[in-house]
Design a protein around this ligand. Structure first.
Ligand SMILES: C[S@@+](CC[C@H](N)C(=O)[O-])C[C@H]1O[C@@H](n2cnc3c(N)ncnc32)[C@H](O)[C@@H]1O
Length: 514
């Protein structure tokens, strides 16, 4: 798929990027690929990157030599031990002097060693490294001298290896070591840790430590603050590094660059530019940044944090769902896209349901995170169930756990239906016409007896939601038997949000990029 839908193009400034070779509709799974090399942060398994504290069954296994590196289980240790030894990481970790001297670059140095080992000295040479720039000017937070010292330690680690006995490897020269280090700094993608916003994630369940990972294809993608491709990771015990999936989130025209975002797209322009500079060492020149910098040179401004936070979690949730590639997941992805678009259209000041939805998004993200951890298929049922649980107070012990682990249940239909309904509401198409509902084969709610008011009041909304619930209850009971039901409905009171016009504008601007 990747080779047929995209090609590499040289950029005028050197380096390359990827463009679409055909029209790509939104929601296409473009690529799944395994990591070339990865280095996890402290406290997580060196092989699969899962946080050690979330492992329920296995006890962590340490390297018997350096005692600094841990794996979540014997399976992961077995899978990664030779790599750890053969790339020189074990020797490097044994050097207390090195650990002190390059502590800020230790993870990068380990990843660079692993990249050297994985690439057998050649296959990643095509990755850009920005080496000349980094080695002459350094970058925010890193001095060129620090890079030199880290490269020297890398070279020493490789020098202490009995490399000739591993026939595919060549000892790395000092310039090579520096190149690998710069490649890592320029190209590694960060597997973000989950921030636990809700009780469901307390105690670290479902959270992953951050890890730096290099992928062969995904690392070729340029960044945009308004990306057309979303990426996500799947952790698998025994595998080195998470698997990555790329999926289009907007229609992409033939010839258009494929872009992902390396940072939080909902942050203001100054913050985005700052983190791209600090972590990836470049000044972003994407269209959105250029526009926003021109319009608002200071790039400052607060935003409605809880709402944006919810939206961000919603995007994470969506990306989790988008990882799946079967038909059911396609429907889920569609539902979430519709939902995200609906949410993106509004802001707390203009629509009372927005805060509610942000809470829903947050909960959805939690469920998806937990499911990711447990390796279950993530279904839209989970999303829908959490939506009900948050907004409509579904009791967790009454059906949620069943719902969440079921793929392709009747609730998928309900999720799609609710999303459709929300879209109609957000589009201002209230009252919803019977014909509009019938147009959608997946719409499960009958709204014929709903209010004929022209206004979307809390009472009307409550009535619509109540009907969704009634339908949901019927589906729930048909699928899982008596005792599984949505218990009560929270009152949908209008939310008072005291936001300035300017703030509302910022929120809408941020949201419009989805
Ligand atoms: C992961 S690489 C992407 C592929 C890269 N263009 C290449 O030639 O291999 C990241 C590097 O690409 C460049 N880059 C990516 N997105 C950019 C953007 N929006 N603005 C400016 N430079 C960008 C920067 O040099 C960055 O360090």
């Amino acid at each position: 798929m990747w080779a047929s839908c995209s090609r590499r193009e040289a950029s005028p400034a050197g380096g390359s990027f990827r463009v679409a070779t055909q029209l790509l509709p939104a929601g296409w799974l473009l690529l799944k690929e395994d990591a070339v090399a990865c280095a996890s942060g402290p406290g997580s398994c060196r092989n699969c990157c899962i946080l050690l504290q979330v492992q329920d069954t296995d006890s962590p296994a340490a390297c018997n030599r350096c005692r600094m590196v841990l794996w979540c289980s014997d399976i992961c240790k077995k899978s990664d031990f030779l790599r750890h030894m053969q790339c020189g990481e074990c020797w490097l970790m044994l050097q207390s002097e090195a650990r002190a001297e390059i502590q800020d670059l230790l993870q990068e140095a380990c990843l660079a060693l692993r990249l050297w080992h994985a690439s057998a000295g050649s296959t990643t040479r095509s990755l850009c490294s920005n080496e000349a720039l980094l080695m002459s000017q350094g970058a925010p937070g890193i001095l060129p001298e620090q890079l030199q010292v880290a490269a020297k330690w890398m070279q020493a680690s490789i020098g202490h290896l009995d490399v000739p006995s591993w026939d595919h490897l060549q000892p790395a020269s000092a310039p090579d070591a520096a190149m690998y280090l710069c490649q890592v700094i320029t190209n590694s993608l960060e597997v973000m840790p989950w921030i636990a916003p809700a009780p469901a994630l307390e105690g670290g369940r479902g959270r992953f430590s951050s890890a730096a990972v290099i992928y062969r294809h995904a690392s070729e993608l340029n960044h945009s603050c308004s990306p057309n491709v979303i990426y996500n990771f799947k952790h698998r015990k025994g595998q080195n590094g998470p698997q990555m999936a790329l999926r289009s989130i907007k229609p992409v025209a033939a010839g258009e660059p494929l872009t992902i975002s390396y940072v939080n797209v909902l942050a203001p322009v100054s913050e985005r530019q700052g983190s791209l500079c600090a972590r990836h060492k470049f000044n972003c020149t994407c269209e959105r940044c250029c526009k926003e910098l021109a319009a608002q040179p200071s790039g400052s401004g607060s935003a409605c944090q809880s709402w944006l936070g919810g939206l961000q979690d919603g995007i994470h949730a969506a990306s989790m769902l988008l990882f799946e590639e079967d038909d059911a997941a396609g429907a889920h992805a569609q539902a979430l896209q519709t939902w995200c678009a609906a949410v993106a259209k509004g802001c707390p000041e203009t629509h009372p349901m927005m805060l509610e939805l942000s809470g829903v998004a947050r909960s959805a993200a939690c469920v998806c995170a937990m499911h990711q951890k447990e390796g279950h298929h993530i279904s839209a049922a989970a999303w829908w169930a959490m939506r009900l649980s948050q907004g409509l107070q579904l009791k967790h012990d009454q059906g949620l756990s069943v719902l969440c682990s079921e793929a392709g249940s009747a609730f998928t239909t309900a999720a799609v239906g609710l999303c459709n309904l929300l879209k109609l509401l957000m589009d201002g198409s209230w009252p919803v016409k019977q014909e509009q509902l019938q147009e959608s084969a997946t719409m499960p709610v009958e709204l014929t007896c709903c209010s004929s008011d022209n206004e979307l009041t809390p009472a009307v909304l409550s009535q619509a939601i109540a009907m969704c619930m009634a339908k949901a209850n019927r589906l729930l009971q048909a699928a899982y038997g008596p005792g599984h039901e949505v218990l009560e409905m929270a009152s949908f009171l209008p939310y008072q949000v005291h936001a300035s016009q300017e703030l509302a504008m910022q929120i809408c601007q941020a949201a419009s990029i989805i």
